[in-house]
Design a protein around this ligand. Structure first.
Ligand code: TXA
Ligand code: MG
Length: 338
C-alpha cells in the first residue's frame, strides 16, 4: 500500500514523472478520451500483476494494450486482417479497441491467458504523451475498483484508488465518458462488435460495409452462467452502483406517472423535467451527452444515498447503444415497459 497517492498535472515535468513511475514498474492512473485507465508497462508481468491487485480484478479478464503509433500494431499483433487495418486508418487515434492474434512479446498475464490482445491507440493528448515518454505499450483497464462504475474524472480515480497506487494524472473530464468500442474478427475477417462505444455499429458498417459487421451475443442480452462468451468482460457484473437501477422504456409522461406512485427517483433526459412532480435527475439530451454523464450520474446516486432509481431508456442506435449496454449491466438487466 502507498502512504499517499499523488495527483499529477498534464504539464511536461509531471508527464515525465508519470512515465518514470511506469518505467520503474509502478501503476499510474491516466486520462484517456473514454474513461480513466489504470496503466502499467504491458510487457512487464510484475507491473501488470499490480494492476489486477489494485483493481481487485479477476485474472482471466484481459487488459487492453495502449499504443501511440499506428505502426505499433505490427509489434504486438500478427495475422492482422485487412478490415483491422481499415478500421485503424479510419478510427485511430480514437475510442476503438481491436482484438487481434498476439505476438509472443505480450505476456499471458496481460492477455488474461488468451492468444489474443486488445490494442487501442487513444486520442487523448496526455495519454499519448505518457505512452511516448515511457517508451512502452501500456496495459490499462478502467481505473475503477472491479465492479464499480468507470471513472470519468481524476477525482473518481482517487476515490477508488487512494493508497492503492502511487499517482494519478489529472487530465480533466473524459470527453466520451463510456469505454472504447471493442471488436474482434472472425476467420473470414468480418468485424464482430464485442462492446459498443462511441464508435458505433453504424460507423463500423460505414467503414467496412454492412455485410462485414455483426454484433456478438451478449451485447444487449444477458449471457447464461456457463455460456461461452467471446469477451471475458461480458460475464462479469459491471458498472454497478449500490443503488438499485431499473430501466424504464416509454415516454417521460408515463415515467412521471409511475414515479408519483413509487416515490422513487427518476433519471431522465434533459428537457423531461417539466413532466415530473417527484425528484428527478437529468443525464443529458443527446446520446453523446448521456454517454458523457452516465458514470458520473451512477456515482452521484450513491453519493446522495439514493437507494433506487428508474432510468429513462436511452436510444439503442449510435452511441446510445453503448449507453444502453452499460445501463443494462448497472440494472442487472432489469427493464420495464411503461
Ligand atoms: O476505453 C477503454 O477501453 C478503457 C480505457 C482505459 O482505454 N479501458 C477499458 O478496459 O475499458 P477494461 O479492462 O475495463 O475493459 C476491457 C474490455 C473487457 O471487457 C475485456 O474482456 C475486453 O475488453 N478485452 C480485452 N482484451 C480482450 C481480448 N484479448 N479478447 C476479448 N476481449 C478482450
Ligand atoms: Mg472496466
Amino acid at each position: 500500500m502507498y502512504q499517499d497517492t499523488i495527483m499529477l498535472t498534464v504539464n511536461d515535468p509531471d508527464i515525465m514523472k508519470a512515465a518514470e513511475l511506469l518505467r520503474s514498474g509502478e501503476v499510474v492512473g491516466i486520462p484517456t478520451e473514454t474513461v480513466y485507465g489504470l496503466a502499467a508497462d504491458a510487457l512487464d508481468e510484475n507491473a501488470v500483476r499490480k494492476i489486477f491487485e489494485a483493481k481487485g480484478r479477476p485474472q482471466d479478464n484481459p487488459l487492453i494494450v495502449h499504443i501511440a503509433d499506428l505502426s505499433d500494431i505490427y509489434k504486438y499483433a500478427e495475422n492482422i486482417p485487412e478490415n483491422a487495418l481499415k478500421l485503424a486508418e479510419e478510427f485511430w487515434p480514437g475510442p476503438l479497441t481491436m482484438v487481434l492474434k498476439k505476438k509472443d512479446i505480450i505476456p499471458y498475464v496481460t492477455s488474461g491467458g488468451l492468444d489474443t490482445v486488445g490494442l487501442r491507440f487513444p486520442a487523448h493528448p496526455a495519454a499519448q504523451k505518457i505512452i511516448r515518454a515511457c517508451g512502452k505499450p501500456l496495459a490499462a483497464p478502467s481505473a475503477n475498483l472491479s465492479g464499480s462504475p468507470s471513472p470519468t474524472t481524476a477525482k473518481h480515480v482517487m476515490a477508488d484508488m487512494m493508497g492503492r497506487i502511487p499517482a494519478v494524472v489529472d487530465g480533466g473530464c473524459c470527453h466520451v465518458g463510456v469505454e472504447s468500442t471493442v471488436v474482434s474478427f472472425d476467420e473470414s475477417g468480418r468485424v464482430c462488435l464485442l462492446r459498443p462505444g462511441f464508435i458505433s455499429l453504424e460507423d463500423l458498417s460505414d467503414a467496412v460495409g454492412e455485410d462485414n459487421v455483426f454484433c456478438a451475443h451478449g451485447v444487449t442480452e444477458k449471457v447464461g452462467e456457463n455460456e461461452r462468451v467471446l469477451s471475458p468482460g461480458m460475464k462479469y457484473k459491471h458498472y454497478s452502483p449500490k443503488a438499485n437501477i431499473i430501466i424504464a422504456e416509454g415516454s417521460a409522461e408515463a415515467l412521471a406517472e409511475l414515479m408519483r406512485e413509487k416515490h422513487s427517483t427518476a433519471v431522465v433526459f434533459s428537457g423531461d423535467e417539466k413532466y415530473f412532480t417527484t425528484p428527478c435527475i437529468t443525464y443529458g439530451a443527446s446520446s453523446e451527452e448521456q454517454a458523457r454523464n452516465l458514470f458520473n450520474t451512477l456515482r452521484f446516486l450513491d453519493e446522495q444515498g439514493i437507494k433506487e432509481a428508474y432510468f429513462r431508456c436511452p436510444e439503442k442506435t449510435g452511441v446510445g447503444l453503448a449507453v444502453y449496454n452499460r445501463l443494462l449491466r448497472a440494472a442487472g438487466f432489469e427493464v420495464i415497459r411503461l
